[in-house]
Design a binder for this molecule. Structure first.
Ligand SMILES: Nc1nc2c(c(=O)[nH]1)N[C@H]1C(S)=C(S)[C@@H](COP(=O)(O)O)O[C@H]1N2
Ligand SMILES: [Mo]
Length: 194
């Protein structure tokens, strides 16, 4: 190695190595999609950043720690497929994604934990559901609709949803009253001990 190469390698090392060393193993580099906060046992990021967590601030949220999912992390959880009739076009559609229980499970919340989940969407819509009910409904965090990723301009990128046709509590209701617990554009889940 001549001196120039050596110096270049040294300079690169000086710049690159400390950054790599400082990056936590859970660093998210893909598309960040979902933040879990509240009564979680595991976190992979720090408290609310009042400057940079703009949507959470706009929605009046605060958090001391959180578990952030990127798309790849959600894709690694076992996927479930449901086929509810949607109220928007009264047609059945195929929705796939991890169970809501698996999603909160990744942040260390047991499926049997006595907690309520506030599911919050990008437009500010928020609804609370107990984890027990979410399990009973086999609620999923859908990442695809009919095999295709859902856009921000549509129902995505994430939609907390269940198979209303096959759940007695909802199948008995008119289509337009079945999905009040199902925020499209889901981006934040707050876990509260009840
Ligand atoms: N992001 C978001 N999700 C939502 C809503 C909403 O306003 N925003 N409305 C809820 C309600 S009350 C119903 S009945 C259904 C259909 O409402 P929508 O026509 O506003 O989607 O979606 C639910 N999910
Ligand atoms: Mo509604």
């Amino acid at each position: 190695m001549d001196k120039r190469h050596f110096l270049l390698a040294g300079a690169l090392g000086a710049v690159v190595s400390p950054r790599l060393a400082a990056a936590p193993s859970s660093a998210r580099t893909g598309t960040g999609l979902l933040t879990l906060s509240g009564a979680i046992a595991r976190s992979n990021r720090g408290p609310l950043d009042p400057a940079l967590d703009q949507l959470l601030v706009k929605h009046g949220r605060t958090l001391d720690k959180a578990w952030d999912f990127d798309a790849a992390m959600l894709a690694r959880l076992p996927a479930v497929t449901i086929q509810p009739t949607l109220e928007y076009d009264a047609k059945p559609h195929r929705l796939s994604g991890p169970l809501l229980a698996s999603v909160v499970g990744a942040a260390g919340v047991a499926a049997s934990a006595p907690v309520a989940l506030t599911l919050r969407a990008i437009d500010g819509y928020a609804v609370a559901v107990s984890l027990a009910d979410a399990n009973r409904y086999r609620m999923i965090v859908a990442t695809t609709l009919d095999g295709t990723a859902m856009s921000l301009g549509g129902l995505g990128p994430l939609w907390a949803v269940y198979d209303a046709d096959r759940i007695a509590d909802f199948a008995d209701k008119p289509l337009k009253q079945r999905f009040a617990l199902c925020p499209w554009g889901l981006y934040h889940i707050e876990v509260k001990t009840v």
